[in-house]
Design a protein around this ligand. Structure first.
Ligand code: AMO
Length: 419
């Protein structure tokens, strides 16, 4: 007989005749273990067990029986039972998980919610995505880097920066590693960074956060932006396959039907997209951004054609940031959407010093405030490009969550600064 020593929290207590069953959430497990205490074998323990409060942290020593009497998976017959910590207040979440909590309550008590298997599954898959990204991008020869999050200039537009005081100087929280990953292309063939984005966006939607995470990559010596799209497509498919192969239990628990997106991802131009929208009764001016309504309609059309993931390429340059290469009125850029939700964007960058300055002026930016960045373009900067992939958005679509907050432990949005 195998000796067991388990530690965890009591999720449910049932008694039946002379037997008490404690359902315990153990260690990292996704399935609770049943602790069996028999009055006939252990009259003293049964007294302790009867007084035990739901949610208590306990330790049990005992043996694994040859035949299981509880209906649920693993079982231990207790010889010793110690209560390590008792709750001083009743749990704000139903410990048995039978009554589902509202998202607001989950977010306030995420640490408690993590005792539920479904919650554990979400954050394990999140870690799995990061793990898969590291494997894939390192395997492609990109170096994992860490760039500053306290910055002297913002890359993604002045309106959405969080300002802070840096020993009397004006500083910003990084909106994206954009400027630094590009500067690094002056000395390396490829980098990636898994990083927070801080953005003072005033959106209050199910897919926006003020602190989100990105998987950013940048590669140099590219032929065109197709090289960057291939890298991103490969990464997405690798992540889906990795999760499907290594997180089977989690996927099953969350009741997800994980389909690997069909390759090659469909590529449509921005102009094609406008045409599709027009055929669906949505008229958009050439040059305007695709709003969430437009994204949804496009997503539906693409799914009807059998594509979950698709690139929208060649946006009007007007609608893209200064660092993207301009070719007449269009930009050498792409967005990657999945079933109507934008997951990533990227493109080929302007690597030529004077053209880059021209682009900045075109956008009404003062090249002087970016001199540290421009400096890197003076010493043989090769053609390069990259992408930023939203980690939270990717996890959200992967598990079919309706709200991005579900997949972030302690989300930062317009209302939430604590916990
Ligand atoms: P972009 O601004 O499109 O591009 O951001 C890249 C991806 O990051 C995710 N994302 C967000 N997710 C949740 N809440 C937000 N507020 C939020 N903002 C962005 C999205 C988005 O597609 N520097 C470029 C990338 C590049 O060209 O390399 C950039 O930041 O999934």
């Amino acid at each position: 007989l195998k000796e067991l020593n388990i530690k965890g929290w009591i999720r449910d207590v049932r008694s039946l005749g002379g037997i008490i069953f404690l359902e315990v959430i153990e260690g990292n497990s996704l399935t609770p273990i049943t602790v069996v205490i028999k009055k006939s074998e252990n009259p003293l323990l049964i007294k302790t067990a009867k007084k035990i409060k739901l949610g208590s942290a306990i330790q049990v020593k005992g043996i694994e029986p040859e035949r299981i009497i509880s209906k649920k998976g693993k079982e231990i017959h207790a010889k010793e039972l110690s209560i390590l910590a008792e709750p001083s207040e009743p749990s704000p979440l139903d410990p048995t998980g039978k009554t589902k909590a509202l998202l607001d309550t989950v977010l306030q008590y995420r640490y408690l919610a993590l005792r539920f298997p479904e919650q554990r599954a979400i954050f394990r898959i999140r870690a799995g995505i990061v793990e898969a990204s590291r494997r894939y991008l390192s395997g492609k020869g990109l170096l994992e880097v860490h760039t500053p999050k306290i910055c002297g200039a913002g890359a993604e537009g002045g309106a959405t920066v969080f300002k802070l005081d840096y020993f009397g100087k004006k500083a910003f929280l990084s909106q994206s590693p954009q400027l630094y990953k590009q500067m690094l292309m002056c000395g390396l063939p490829g980098v990636y960074e898994i990083t927070p984005y801080f953005r003072a966006e005033k959106f209050d939607t199910p897919r926006h956060l003020n602190e989100s995470w990105g998987i950013d990559a940048e590669i140099s010596f590219i032929t065109d932006f197709g090289d960057v799209m291939s890298l991103l497509e490969g990464l997405i498919v690798y992540i889906f396959e990795y999760i499907k192969d290594n997180y089977k239990k989690e996927i099953e628990l969350l009741d997800v039907d994980l389909e690997i997106p069909r390759r090659p991802f469909k590529r449509i131009t921005y102009s094609d997209a406008l045409e599709i929208l027009r055929n669906n009764g949505l008229r958009l001016e050439w040059g305007s951004d695709l709003d969430s309504e437009a994204e949804k309609v496009l997503g539906k059309t693409m799914m009807e054609e059998g594509y979950d993931a698709y690139f929208i390429i060649e946006y009007p340059w007007e609608a893209k940031p200064f660092y993207i290469m301009k070719k007449g009125a269009i930009s050498l850029s792409f967005d990657l959407d999945y079933r109507g939700i934008e997951l990533a964007s990227g493109g080929q960058r302007e690597h030529r010093y004077w053209e880059l300055i021209e682009n900045m002026k075109n956008k009404g930016l003062d090249p002087k405030s970016f001199s540290f960045y421009l400096e890197a373009f003076k010493y043989g900067m090769p053609p390069h490009g990259g992408f930023g992939l939203g980690l939270d958005r990717l996890l959200m679509v992967l598990i079919g969550a309706r709200n991005i907050r579900e997949v972030v432990l302690f989300p930062r949005d317009r209302q939430r600064l604590i916990p």
